[in-house]
Design a protein around this ligand. Structure first.
Ligand SMILES: [Ca+2]
Ligand SMILES: [Ca+2]
Length: 235
């Protein structure tokens, strides 16, 4: 009779073991794909295609995108510590800033009043990167927040010191910009016209300027709202 009692007992143990295994599997996959706002990250950097010091926040950019770019990288990590791959991320970007010359503007391609919402899909590292270019000379402030569906991922902000052949920051390069370039060339100095970051303005900067003028480089976009930057942030 004991065997009859043992058999149901073993069956119960086996069932309990199976349930425990299921519980473990459920626990290890419960967080898969759910972004962890602590482990996830929002980073910014400059993709340098200019002679300004690498690692600085100085950016020589052109509306056509053929100079330096500002990049924003979002890394989506789930609560299990794994990258969320092939995941659609929505990012709300906001740009504000202060042109060096009060009468000018700052321009960010693809934005409206400094705002744009973009979508991207993460790669094998769980990362997605967006790049920006524009025009104008001055201090640019960028902030953004990222979401996967309704789940918050990360947010950050950064400041950059930008300058451009589009000196007046209206999104296109033409004679109006030349009128602003020439006085600084004649003076031999001026941060905004020093396109090769040599601390002087001369024919080398003119060589930098002319292809963008001759190509009438431009992009669709909008002037960004003028907001005072931290004192002393940019030259
Ligand atoms: Ca212009
Ligand atoms: Ca120079």
């Amino acid at each position: 009779m004991k065997r009859w009692f043992h058999a149901p007992g073993l069956t119960t143990l086996a069932t309990m073991a199976t349930m425990a295994t299921l519980a473990l599997v459920t626990a290890s996959t419960a967080g898969a794909g759910v972004p962890d706002p602590v482990a996830s990250y929002c980073n910014t950097s400059v993709i340098h295609n200019d002679a300004c010091p690498v690692g600085s926040n100085h950016v020589v950019w052109c509306p056509a995108g053929d100079l330096s770019l500002i990049s924003a990288t979002i890394g989506v990590i789930d609560v299990g510590g794994n990258p969320c791959v092939n995941t659609t991320v929505m990012v709300n970007f906001r740009f504000t800033g202060e042109p060096t010359v009060t009468a000018n503007n700052l321009w960010v391609c693809g934005t409206t009043n400094g705002m744009v919402t973009l979508f991207g899909v993460t790669d094998a590292l769980g990362e997605v990167t967006f790049t920006f270019t524009g025009g104008g000379c001055g201090c640019l402030m960028m902030d953004f927040n990222a979401w996967v569906g309704p789940a918050f991922v990360c947010q950050t902000q950064a400041q950059f010191c930008v300058k451009s052949p589009d000196m007046n920051g209206n999104g296109t390069i033409n004679f109006q910009d030349t009128f602003q370039y020439l006085p600084q060339l004649n003076a031999g100095t001026g941060w905004c016209a020093d396109f090769n970051c040599s601390n002087s303005v001369n024919f080398l900067d003119t060589f930098q300027y002319l292809p963008h003028l001759n190509g009438a480089h431009s992009c669709p976009g909008s002037v960004i709202p003028i907001t005072p930057c931290p004192p002393g942030l940019c030259p």
